[in-house]
Design a protein around this ligand. Structure first.
Ligand code: 5GP
Length: 139
């Protein structure tokens, strides 16, 4: 399976479609998931092409994991969460829907289940939650 440069996250990286940006460094980019399964659900991606962990280089994996750890602390602080869930899917059989490597970061509260997938969040709610995370990153 090869990398398709027309996937939606590649378009986000090129600025062709908008995203609610939270963080970026030389190697990674982080933005809000538009169908969050928890408040603060965000996605960490490499800036360079990788379809998923099956073709990612060790350097891409290292960069994305470093940012995933940073975002885990930020979303927990932003939402007063007691924990964080990291999700990552590979190929259709593995549940992947967008074919640019990404890690889901989901702040969690004791006894609160993840919401079902597939529900678009209100734009203002997404923006307000994004600002909480940016504030936590800046603190
Ligand atoms: P996965 O490939 O990990 O199964 O799921 C892809 C994730 O990307 C889903 O959680 C979905 O809500 C999110 N997603 C799909 N399209 C867009 C989009 O255009 N913008 C953003 N920010 N997230 C998206």
């Amino acid at each position: 399976m090869s990398y398709d440069p027309e996937n939606i996250f590649a378009k986000i990286l090129r600025g062709e479609i908008p995203s609610e940006k939270l963080y970026e460094d030389d190697h990674t980019y982080v933005f809000m998931d538009i169908m969050p399964r928890a408040d603060g659900h965000c996605l960490v991606i490499p800036k360079t092409p990788a379809r998923n962990i099956l073709d990612a280089t060790p350097a891409q994996m290292a960069a994305v994991m470093e940012t995933t750890q940073k975002m885990s602390h930020a979303v927990m602080a932003a939402f007063g969460a007691g924990g964080v869930t990291i999700q990552q899917f590979n190929e259709p059989a593995g549940g992947q829907e967008v074919y640019h490597l990404h890690f889901h970061v989901l702040p969690r509260h004791e006894g609160v289940s993840l919401r079902p997938p597939g529900k678009l969040e209100d734009r203002e709610v997404l923006a307000a939650n994004a600002q909480k995370i940016r504030d936590a990153l800046a603190a």
